[in-house]
Ligand binder design. Structure first.
Ligand SMILES: [Fe+2]
Ligand SMILES: [Fe+2]
Length: 352
């Protein structure tokens, strides 16, 4: 697949030393090599999440604590809405095909050790300030997808699936189930925030991986929870209590989630689209596995979040399992998705 180089359209300097400011300015080669690692790592993180999902489905816990009972109740109280009804597409999926857990585990563990050490309140605030005070690029959503695709494709000849493949597979699976058009669009753009990697991220740890709140006690339900011991916030009495800087049922919109492609893209989409709250939640929380799979942090949720949880769970299956699907012809589908983008992004040029 050949994606056109749209870097000449970027009208403002890209900060943090990433020189994508004029027509022929290349992305530094070291960065693209890291992009290759990013993509491989992200695939492995997904494999681990698939496996965790399968294990969870198959496990039966006879002794539940009060907290687990409450969390179970949260889960059981989730009413199905029409568009959120479970897909039948993946009911016969061969879960063994995802069992590369042993292979993925060491690398994923090392990744999380770094992520859990470095995702602090201080870093989070700084990342949000950076986000709000800079424009990293101006382009259309489709150009963003092509840029991400080109950057990661060029850097990773071994990856069978490109970013656009994953975007289209997710979107097409949602479309095949006759879900609303906004839901299909979420499938297309949910990972577009990985562009962050080429803008002002510090590494992989602030782009991909599961997300979690900072500013309160790290839940044991976060993957590799023991690695938070090296995080400076772990011993900070302001941040290491159950509620930390938050309050009971304050609502997740008040909570700072660890910084990455989800949070970044959520803010972009919130400011530039007419997508409904469910779509924003799917984008913001799709890597918040401790919440949408383990029901951690239910004590920070408000009633709105309970509704949003249904949406995020409905989306998760497509994100995880559509990677097994066929590859699509990008040119064939492009017009359909360009129209879909136009429907929800009134301003064609988006400030990234
Ligand atoms: Fe993602
Ligand atoms: Fe994804």
């Amino acid at each position: 697949m050949v994606a056109k180089d749209i870097s000449h359209r970027v009208s403002k300097p890209i900060l943090s030393g990433i020189s994508v400011t004029s027509g022929d300015s290349p992305i530094p080669s070291t960065r693209t090599k890291e992009g290759k690692l990013l993509e491989k790592l992200d695939d492995k993180v997904m494999v681990v999440n698939q496996l965790r999902g399968e294990l969870k489905k198959n496990s039966v816990s006879p002794h539940c604590s009060v907290e687990q009972e409450l969390e179970k109740a949260e889960k059981d109280n989730l009413d199905e809405t029409e568009w959120a009804a479970e897909t039948a597409q993946y009911k016969d999926i061969d879960t063994k095909s995802f069992r590369q857990y042993e292979l993925a585990c060491d690398r994923v563990k090392q990744f999380y050790e770094e992520q859990h050490e470095k995702q602090t309140v201080a870093y989070n605030i700084q990342a949000r300030i950076n986000f709000k005070t800079k424009t990293r690029a101006r382009m259309t959503i489709w150009e963003g997808l092509e840029k991400l695709n080109k950057l990661l494709d060029d850097s990773d000849p071994d990856t069978e699936l490109s970013q656009i493949d994953h975007a289209l597979q997710t979107a097409e699976a949602i479309r095949r189930d006759n879900k609303p058009r906004w839901f299909q669009l979420v499938g297309l753009i949910h990972d577009l925030g990985k562009l962050l990697y080429f803008f002002d991220s510090k590494g992989q740890w602030d782009v991909v991986g599961d997300t979690f709140p900072v500013g309160c006690k790290f839940s044991k339900k976060i993957i590799f929870p023991e690695s938070f011991k090296t995080n400076p916030d772990f011993l900070n009495p302001l941040y290491n209590t159950k509620y930390g800087i938050y309050s009971k049922h304050c609502g997740l919109d008040k909570v700072m989630l660890s910084w990455g492609h989800d949070e970044y893209m959520y803010h972009i989409v919130k400011g530039s689209s007419t997508l409904p709250p469910e779509a924003l939640a799917m984008i913001r929380y799709h890597s918040f596995y401790p919440w949408h799979q383990e029901y951690a942090y239910s004590y920070l949720m408000n009633d709105h979040d309970k509704e949003m949880l249904k949406a995020v769970k409905a989306f998760n299956t497509y994100d995880l399992y559509s990677k097994t699907d066929q590859q699509y012809d990008v040119q064939e589908l492009k017009q359909y998705y360009l129209e879909l983008i136009d429907e929800y992004f009134p301003e064609k040029i988006i400030e990234f």
